[in-house]
Design a protein around this ligand. Structure first.
Ligand SMILES: [Zn+2]
Length: 356
């Protein structure tokens, strides 16, 4: 079902792009230079056509959480390459993915070119969505970066394109985007140079929205780095969206939900000091040692499990027999009793906590 829907969508976008005289297919997301948006938009502004508003991504195209994504440059000066690296890595602070920057001769998931040499004349800045990058020898393009580009522009466009490469679509295509388009004004604008779009193409690229079941989306966020600027004359209520140049708080939270970091809040070793051979320990004391949590008994140490595991995962009663009143116990012996773990002391029993 989903495949069929995507196939139709792909066909529709291919048609749109061929009319716009672009040789790229549906999986690309083209950008115009957003700074020039209202006056002098570059050709090939075809946007990925799902109109989901805010931070939204396409589930099928997401990378594995924790994945190392290999990135290489196909060309470009050391300067522009260093700027792309500098800003792309901002995603790593909020998403559990890693970019590994490899040499141009290595294999890579994301392959970046700048508008020069063999790649001169390729318009716009764009990226394939998420894992579609794997399928393309040239998966991301920066059409207007050069040695005179400002840091604001490097930051805005680099973070935006890498957002696509992580699977994010345009915010104005968020399923819950509520942009009050002045449709006639938008039709008129895109009918002109350099786009020459039909109404169908405008519908497709601007007004149509992604469905909630194919996207991961959050509330509509006009501050998203994935939002295009919208001039006030394109909305009926005069609401404009400016040029966003930084990750918004919603962007950060959203990418962290798609690529979550492991929850270490319940780590059994949290707050426990490492074993120190100069210390003396008494029964019940806990230490960490070689990546595990240990508890002092009368006779030695009990391994309570590996650090990094969450308390719920580790049943302290695992392997411990239930109390048996016909047995005699020595100091340090452990039993379970009424849902808790007990340890024998010289004078009685210490409750070490509930079993899971
Ligand atoms: Zn974009």
């Amino acid at each position: 079902m989903k495949k069929t829907k995507w196939a139709k969508l792909a066909l529709a976008v291919v048609v749109a792009f061929s009319v716009a005289n672009c040789e790229k297919d549906s999986e690309e997301v083209f950008e115009q230079n957003q700074i020039d948006h209202s006056k002098n938009a570059h050709a090939c502004i075809a946007k990925w056509d799902l109109e989901t508003g805010k931070a939204a991504s396409i589930k099928d195209k997401e990378w594995e959480t924790g994945q190392t994504i290999r990135v290489k440059f196909l060309n470009g000066s050391n300067f522009v390459q260093s700027k792309v690296r500098q800003y792309a890595v901002e995603w790593e602070e909020h998403a559990n993915i890693k970019f590994e920057w490899v040499s141009s001769s290595s294999s890579a998931n994301i392959k970046i070119a700048f508008n020069e040499g063999d790649y001169a004349g390729i318009t716009g800045s764009w990226s394939y969505l998420g894992t579609d990058s794997n399928l393309e020898p040239h998966s991301m393009h920066f059409g207007w970066f050069n040695n005179n580009t400002s840091d604001t522009e490097f930051r805005r466009t680099t973070i935006h394109e890498f957002g696509h490469a992580l699977g994010l679509i345009h915010e104005h295509q968020n399923p819950v985007a509520g942009i009050n388009w002045d449709r006639e004004a938008v039709y008129a604008y895109y009918a002109g140079a350099p786009n020459y779009w039909t109404k169908d193409q405008v519908d497709h690229n601007l007004f149509r929205r992604y469905e909630t079941n194919v996207s991961n989306y959050s509330e509509y966020d006009p501050l998203s780095i994935m939002h295009y600027p919208i001039p006030a004359e394109h909305t009926l209520d005069g609401v404009a969206v400016g040029s966003n140049t930084r990750l918004s708080e919603t962007d950060k939270a959203f990418i962290g939900r798609i690529y979550p970091f492991p929850d270490t809040s319940g780590d059994i070793c949290d707050g426990v000091a490492a074993y120190n051979s100069n210390n003396s320990y008494s029964t019940g004391d806990q230490v960490t040692y070689q990546g595990s949590l240990y508890q002092r008994t009368a006779t030695g140490w009990t391994n309570l499990g590996e650090c990094g595991s969450v308390e719920e995962d580790v049943d302290p009663c695992a392997g411990v027999a239930a109390y048996n009143r016909f047995r005699s116990y020595a100091t340090g012996d452990q039993v379970t009793y009424q849902g808790s773990l007990y340890q024998r002391t010289a004078t009685g029993w210490t409750n070490l906590g509930p079993c899971n």
